[in-house]
Design a protein around this ligand. Structure first.
Ligand code: NAD
Length: 483
């Protein structure tokens, strides 16, 4: 029996952030009303309380934003030296650090993720992306991407709700460092930190129109993708939407990068340090409620240690604290939306119906809001939907293997190829396995680590193009003079 510590409540203060009752669109350096006068609500998924009313951009607004970005590109941004652009990026990075607490609280309220994650991972990593790319802005000719790489022009960027500010940073920092201007559409359930970022752009005196933020749902994103004066589209989101964007962009001169879904294998060998591996499994699938494209959602454990690993994992899951995301001790927060909760519920029901065994630790879930307990499925077959489809929730599917060959075959047996983890004491085994896994990122004896210097991206249905590192710069540059 595991002894559970009782924790006194340790709530972060909500008063560090001012949330306006309504927000306009950020176009040409100022907040403007949407042309159609429409808006939508954004809520706190932990309580279902409305946070703000947010403008919904239609095609006319998107056009206005693209024009503002084009003007800024031609009149100011493309005329600045790399060193001057870098100064703006350094300023933005420092402002994100200075206002980190405000951003962390707002992210947690709008997304439902635990405050300790937004405070310790999302916001510091977003600032790190701006610092890293600020350093590149005046050194692009030394990046090994040709003697005089040039910006593409105006970039349209569409991002999801799971890491709202961090995904914004992954998109905007490299685009600005390489000399492009942007129109970004945040996800409809998490627009607030992007709108606070607009405030940071004003505070940094960023020239008007270099960054434009248009809020709205799929139709707004589609209008941006279809706009004829956009030179490149960068999309992060689901594979289905990614495919439809690829069809729209096909045959045009637009460049495209896609960061899509995943179904990563986290592979535990019998010589792995078991307690560390158990922490890695927990971090792999319960970090951000498993709503992570590179989540270690399939555990592949060597048969000889499977019983021991699962036993220790269950004992550890019994100590996770699920509940109020604003509490500094919370490990697992709320699911981002009712729609996402419905998807997780349907897929886990399919897991049971197909014959896998379901287990969750006893935990009380709050009455309001969207919640799902940490869940483990054992007895999973490769053909089960829970072994093939992305659940995007706190749900782990456990499979076993006997030999490294079998582990490779099972790990690669999905339509995706975004990430993987290997746990073993032997470096030679790790390297040999990493070579054979069709995954863009392979972690060894760790999981879910992100660094701006390291390229991230997928194979197969996980998309194409890389973000971060030197490789990520290439996606925003015309290196052959063809554009
Ligand atoms: P989604 O594809 O439904 O939405 C993503 C974004 O696209 C949102 O801003 C949405 O409004 C917009 N959108 C929807 N329809 C569109 C259309 N037809 N044209 C243009 N834009 C459109 O995905 P989601 O549910 O918000 O996010 C979850 C998915 O994102 C998961 O599949 C996850 O794996 C993936 N994801 C991938 C990465 C990565 O780096 N590979 C990172 C985070 C999330």
């Amino acid at each position: 029996m595991t002894r559970k510590f009782e924790y006194a409540p340790a709530p972060e203060s909500r008063s560090v952030v001012d949330i306006a009752s309504s927000y306009g669109l950020f176009i040409g350096g100022e907040f403007v009303d949407p042309s159609g006068g429409k808006s939508f609500k954004t809520i706190n998924p932990a309580t279902e309380e409305q946070l703000a009313d947010v403008a919904e951009a239609d095609a006319a607004d998107v056009d206005k934003a693209v024009r503002a970005a084009r003007r800024a590109y031609e009149r100011t941004w493309s005329r600045l030296s790399g060193a001057e652009r870098g100064k703006y990026l350094f300023r933005i990075a420092r402002l994100l650090q200075e206002r980190a607490r405000e951003f962390a609280v707002l992210e947690t309220l709008d997304n439902g993720k635990p405050i300790k994650e937004s405070r310790d991972v999302d916001i510091p990593t977003a600032a790190a992306h701006f610092f890293y790319h600020a350093g590149w802005a005046d050194k692009l000719e030394y990046a090994g991407l040709g003697p005089s790489p040039r910006a593409l022009g105006v970039v349209g960027q569409v991002i999801p709700w799971n890491f709202p500010l961090l995904m914004l940073a992954w998109k905007i920092a490299p685009a600005l460092a390489t000399g492009n201007t942007v129109v970004l559409k945040p996800a409809e359930t998490t627009p607030l930190t992007a709108l606070l970022f607009a405030d940071v752009c004003q505070q940094a005196d960023l020239p008007a129109g270099v960054v434009n933020i248009v809020t709205g749902a799929g139709a707004t994103g589609q209008a941006l993708v279809e706009h004829p004066d956009v030179d490149k589209i960068a999309f992060t989101g689901s594979t289905d939407v990614g495919k439809s964007i690829a069809r729209t962009v096909a045959g045009t001169r637009k460049r495209l990068t896609l960061e899509l879904g995943g179904k990563a294998a986290n592979i535990i060998f019998d010589d792995a340090p078991v307690d560390q591996a158990v922490e890695g499994i927990v971090n792999g699938i319960f970090f951000n409620q498993g709503q992570v494209c590179c989540a270690g959602s399939r555990l592949l454990v060597q048969e000889s240690v499977a019983e021991d690993v699962i036993h220790r994992l269950q004992r550890r899951l019994g100590t996770l604290r699920v509940g109020d995301p604003m509490d500094k001790n919370t490990d697992v927060g709320a699911i981002n939306s009712a729609a996402q909760l419905a998807r997780i519920t349907a897929l886990t029901a399919a897991g049971e119906a197909e014959g896998a065994t379901r287990w969750s630790p006893p935990c009380e879930l709050p009455e309001h809001g969207f919640w799902f307990p940490p869940t483990v499925f054992t007895g999973v077959a490769q053909t089960h939907r829970i072994a093939q489809e992305e659940i995007f929730g706190p749900v782990l599917s456990v499979l076993t293997f006997r030999t490294p060959d079998e582990a490779v075959a099972k790990a690669n047996n999905t339509p995706y190829g975004l990430s993987a983890g290997i746990w073993s004491e032997k470096g030679s085994r790790i390297l040999a396995m990493a070579d054979r896994l069709r995954a863009g990122v392979v972690w060894a004896n760790t999981f879910n680590r992100f660094d701006p210097t390291s390229p991230f991206g997928g194979y197969k249905e996980s998309g194409y193009g890389r973000e971060g590192g030197r490789h990520g710069l290439a996606a925003y540059l015309d290196t052959e003079g063809t554009h």
